[in-house]
Every structure is written in C-alpha cells, then in structure tokens.
Design a protein around this ligand. Structure first.
Ligand SMILES: Cc1ncc(COP(=O)(O)O)c(C=O)c1O
Length: 384
C-alpha cells in the first residue's frame, strides 16, 4: 500500500519560506522552519477548495459547528473538557501569547521562560517591555529537565508574575509529565503566577508519552492558565493562521479579548475557520498515521547518527530534533552543514544564546528526504 507521506510534494513557489533558495544553492534540503512537507488531509483540502469556489470571502463567524469540532477534538485526543464559551479565536499562537503578556501583566513585570525555547516568545516578552527571566533547562545525558530550585529562586528574586510554558517543548522535545506539571502548577499557585501554556505541538506525542494540558489538571490550575492551541502545526496549515486560546477565568479572558480589540488583531479568517473545523472533525486517522510515520523518521535519524559525534536529544514530542554538535568543534554548525552538505537546519542560538553549538532538524518530510540528508551528513569526515 502506498504511504501518502512518502509523496514528494512540490513546494517550489515564490511564497514558500522553508523551500526558498538560500545562498544560491540548488540542491538544498530544507529542514528548518517548523512546518511539514506533507499535504494536509484530503478533507481539509476539500474544505478550502469548496470555500474558495464560493467566490465570496466576507467576514466569518465561528458558529457551534466550529466550537464543537474544537471542543470534541480536545476531549477525544487529550481528555480535556473545555467550555466553548472560554475559547478566543485569534490569528496565531504567538499573538495569543503576546496579548496575554500585555493584558495580564504590567510593564517591567517579570515573565519567566525555560530555555532553550522557540525564539519569538522571548522577543514578545522583551518587545512588550517586560523583564525576561530565563530558567535554563538542564541537559542530563540526552534528556532535558526543569531545574525546579533555579525556577523557584528566580521567581523569588524577580517577583515573577507570569510563566510561559511550552508543552510539548520546542526545541528540546520534552512532553512534560503529570508529576512535572503538578510541580510547576504548585509553584505558580503558591506565587500567584499566571501560566500561559503554548500547546501548539500537542498532537505530536510519541509512544510511551501523553500530552496533558496543564489546565486540565485541576480547577485551581484552570483558573490561572491561558492555553494557546492551534490546528495549524498538526495539519500543516500554518499559512492560514488560526489559533484557539482557552481562558477559563472570565476576567482574564475579557482582558485578553479587550487587548485583541485594542490592537485590532482579532478573530479568524474564513480559510482558517473552515480548515480548522475540517481538520478537527475528520483528522483523527490521518493524524495517527502521521505520528507513526514521524516516529519512523525519528528512529531512522537516531540509528543512523548513533556512533557519530552528533548527539541526538531524546524526543518525546514535536517533529523537531535537537542535536548537540559541540563535539565537532566548529564555531557555527548550522552554517557548516549548509555550506558542506547543503542542508538548512535551524541555528541553536535562535532558541538560546547558549545553544550556538546545537542544530534543530525538522524531520516532517518524506523518509527518502531524511535518508538523503543523513547520507550527505555521514559523508562529512567532521562528524565521524
Ligand atoms: C512553540 C511554538 N509556538 C508558536 C509557534 C508559532 O505559532 P503561530 O504561527 O500560530 O503564531 C511555533 C512555530 O513554530 C512554535 O513552535
């Protein structure tokens, strides 16, 4: 049987960021921007084609059919009960994080993150004139952990008002366990810290691990949490920009909603609406097959890079592999692979100033492409 994810989809269009030409390289393998080289599920494509063919693109409103699709997905996939009234619809997750920062903290307040972390989050905090407090994740063997002592010390020293959590965590691939989330939650409740949980990668969790929305753990945690979700990563529709931000507490939700109106960045676009609804209604089987396929890609990378100087971080969630290249003793490993193997990885310092010796490899592409990239990497004497 043909595996749909093996298909090479032509992404060579002028609008495509990930596949754009870099440094004039013709045979570039793009493994950087976090989207996938797979077609979306057929029902998602059909929903967009149908909408496009209507020829009318007026202002949309999400009705009960949209809310039910979202809420049912959360319940089915993550065992999370969400009241549809508590969902704000926005054009993006980073926007949701930024609006929460602006609406729920004041200028100069301290906001904490765990680094390395997807770069735009820190930029959002600093850009909004908040004091960025970083608690570095600790790498033990090939797995990252939260340093809870450091977290608590920095909360006390800086009077932290908000924690931005990323679960599953981009780029270190952790899916935080129930025990870890309870510990994070206890610390935040004790110190009256609002949690903003970026759960955009929630659907990419591999065997032996389970995504737990922190807001689902207790009523107390639900009241202090803003959960940022989206179907865009899961179904490869990031270009249509849509997010669902769940805020159970009425006054917090009103404040974020008001901030959205104040900035003018509000609501869903029509394509985002129909695609999200179709994805969450029909996407289960496709998503399960995709996850199995990605798990195969991950195993392939791990086995083929075993015994080299590249140290692959354990990956429990996301399709992004965080690789330690420090044993290569090369100043800029991402540049090295671009120039010598024609592979574009994300640079480690996009995620932390201290991570310049890391590269992030996006394996959400056909297995033949992963193999081709590995062939090129393994030919380099420096990694042996
Ligand atoms: C953790 C995380 N949050 C947010 C985003 C971007 O979300 P959006 O495009 O909805 O702003 C990404 C994209 O890579 C991400 O990895």
């Amino acid at each position: 049987m043909a595996i749909i994810f093996d298909e090479i989809v032509d992404r060579n269009t002028p609008e495509d960021i990930k596949h754009k030409k870099i440094d004039g390289i013709d045979d570039l393998i793009p493994m950087w921007v976090a989207d996938m080289d797979f077609k979306s599920p057929p029902e998602v494509i059909e929903s967009l084609v149908e909408q496009a063919k209507r020829g009318v693109y007026g202002y949309p409103e999400a009705d009960a059919s949209y809310d039910n699709a979202v809420v049912d997905w959360f319940k089915r996939r993550h065992g999370w009960e969400v009241d549809p009234k508590t969902i704000l619809k926005l054009p993006g997750v980073v926007l949701g994080v930024s609006l929460a920062v602006r609406a729920l903290t004041n200028e100069n307040d301290s906001v904490m993150i765990f680094e390395p972390l997807y770069g735009p989050i820190a930029k959002t905090i600093k850009g909004n004139k908040r004091n960025l407090v970083i608690s570095d994740l600790v790498r033990r063997d090939s797995r990252y952990e939260i340093d809870f002592d450091d977290m608590e010390n920095k909360i006390r020293e800086n009077d932290v008002k908000m924690l931005i959590l990323c679960n599953p965590h981009n780029p270190v691939g952790r899916v935080w366990t129930k025990e870890e989330l309870i510990k994070i939650g206890k610390i935040c409740l004790k110190n009256q810290i609002i949690i903003v949980s970026d759960e955009i990668h929630a659907d990419f969790v591999y065997s032996g691990h389970k995504h737990i929305p922190i807001a689902s753990l207790s009523d107390e945690l639900k009241k202090i949490t803003v959960t940022c979700t989206s179907a865009t990563k899961s179904f490869n529709i990031a270009g249509i920009q849509a997010a669902n931000i769940v805020i159970a507490d009425d006054s917090m939700r009103r404040a974020v909603d008001k901030m959205a109106l104040t900035t003018g960045a509000y609501g869903l676009n029509i394509m985002g609406l129909v695609a999200t609804r179709a994805a969450y209604t029909y996407g289960d089987k496709w998503m399960d097959e995709l996850r199995a396929y990605l798990e195969g890609n991950i195993e392939l990378v791990k086995s083929r890079l075993a015994g080299t100087k590249l140290k692959v971080t354990d990956i429990e969630g996301t399709y992004l592999m965080w690789i330690d290249a420090s044993k290569l003793f090369i100043e800029d490993p991402a540049k090295y692979f671009l120039e010598n193997a024609h592979i574009k990885f994300s640079e480690g310092n996009f995620f932390s100033k201290k991570a310049g010796q890391f590269i992030r490899m996006n394996i959400a592409c056909p297995r033949s492409v992963v193999n081709e990239a590995l062939d090129k990497m393994l030919k380099l004497p420096a990694i042996r």
